[in-house]
Ligand binder design. Structure first.
Ligand code: ADP
Length: 422
């Protein structure tokens, strides 16, 4: 049994026990409560750890009255046993848990931290965690300014495992590092990706054959089947487009970087405008405002595909007579490519889900206009690969603005001498 170093430690530990006990009960349900419960449990563990070398003389004096003395001893034993259980429970959590002091020194860690992070007992106690993990992405992250959760990180102590790492502040500038082993999720995600890529690939050839034969059939030879033939051609073309978009998405998902080539923006913007005019067929007013005077650094093909997707959406979701403005302008920290339309607009409740695969505000409108429901997913992936982000502003009946924000690192002074149109 470990003694307590200060008279207030006993009630504090008891209070924490209650909090921890209650929260641990919920822990299996929700992750945030697990984090709080772990903090509570570890506070207790830390109290015990700190008091390791202190003597029994420092315990609150037991009451002299024999009855009160017995009650006091029973309570103390029960508390010690509960603390022991909590310590064992925290120690055997499947996620790595490391308790850090205000100087990022390791105060305590559990068994999973040994296998996943490579920490060793007893000599890593008291070590600065980022020094211990030197050279790893985790160490860089710990030394960094911001501590947004890190996802899909190779475990320093077990390179085949993937981690999700969070740093939770608590107490007086202390931190709790939680590293969840997400290897099984990563594997499932990989299986899903492979499945989609394989199915799309397998469908490609039969669809090309069907499409080819449909093209060979002349509706004039069988006038009674002309409407059916027309519909079959349109549908096989749509399926072909879905397969191509799925293959593009699979490729983008498996890539973690893109080619760094100059993308001449004057030429690209001229191409995008021409594409908008061709798609609109004179039904909209197309305006180009280019003031950024900068080229982009990235993949010309993927950027063209993403930026033209936004133009094509603006044309498809804006009724005749509307206006579409394509803008390329500077903003604080970089430059932004915007496509603003005066179209149908999108209710705000849909905005957060718009970049999900196959998510549509109106399925019928999307299908009628030849959409696959994958365009904005592709845009998001391409932008991620360029460390850029997409913002969407929209109001039903007023219109929408889709904006791609590129950081300064992605901008180049425009090449002299114009350049070829992309
Ligand atoms: P789709 O092929 O269906 O257009 P996207 O991924 O490109 O797929 O877009 C997803 C959905 O977002 C569309 O179905 C549409 O409902 C909505 N959307 C996209 N762009 C616009 C826009 N400019 N105006 C209104 N709605 C839009």
């Amino acid at each position: 049994m470990k003694p307590f170093d200060r008279p207030w430690t006993l009630p504090a530990a008891l209070a924490l026990l209650l909090v921890a006990g209650g929260l641990l009960g919920q822990a299996t349900g929700g992750r945030p409560s697990l984090g709080v419960a772990i903090v509570a449990v570890l506070e207790v563990v830390a109290l015990l750890t700190r008091s390791r070398h202190l003597s029994l003389a420092m315990m609150p004096t037991p009451p002299a009255n024999p009855l009160q003395h017995d009650r006091f001893m029973t309570r103390s034993l029960r508390l010690a046993s509960s603390l022991h259980d909590l310590r064992t429970a925290a120690g055997s959590l499947p996620d790595a848990v490391v308790l850090l002091d205000n100087e990022q020194r390791v105060r305590w860690f559990n068994h999973a931290a040994e296998s996943l992070l490579g920490l060793r007992r007893p000599h890593d106690r008291g070590a600065v965690l980022s020094d211990k993990l030197q050279g790893s992405t985790l160490a860089e992250w710990l030394d960094g300014e911001t501590h947004e959760p890190l996802n899909d990180l190779a475990a320093p102590g077990k390179p085949d495992s993937h981690l999700n790492v969070t740093l939770l502040p608590f107490g007086r500038a202390q931190r709790l590092l939680l590293a969840r082993d997400i290897s099984h999720l990563t594997r499932l995600e990989q299986i899903r990706r492979d499945f989609v890529a394989n199915v799309s690939h397998e469908l490609r050839t039969p669809l090309t054959v069907i499409h080819g034969y449909l093209e060979l059939l002349d509706p004039e030879d069988v006038p009674e089947l002309a409407p059916v033939l027309g519909e079959m051609r349109a549908q096989s073309k749509r399926m072909g487009q879905i397969v191509e978009d799925l293959l593009t998405l699979s490729r983008l998902e498996t890539q973690d970087h893109i080619s760094d080539e100059r993308v001449p923006m004057a030429a690209l913007l001229a191409t995008l405008r021409r594409e908008a005019e061709a798609l609109s067929q004179g039904r909209h007013r197309i305006v180009l405002e280019s003031t950024a005077e900068a080229d982009l650094l990235g993949s010309p093909k993927d950027l063209h595909s993403a930026l033209s997707n936004l133009v094509s959406n603006a044309v498809r979701y804006t009724p005749s007579g509307g206006a579409i403005t394509i803008r390329w302008r500077r903003e604080a920290g970089g430059a932004v490519y915007e496509v603003a339309d005066t179209g149908y607009g999108i209710p705000s409740s849909h905005l957060v889900r718009l970049t999900e695969r196959f998510y549509r505000v109106s399925s019928s409108r999307s299908r009628e206009s030849g959409g696959t429901g994958l365009g904005l997913s592709i845009v998001k992936h391409v932008l991620n690969l360029h460390q850029a982000r997409l913002t969407i502003e929209s109001a039903p009946g007023v219109g929408s603005t889709f904006a791609c924000h590129f950081g300064r690192d992605r901008l180049l002074d425009p090449a002299t001498g114009g350049g070829e149109e992309i």
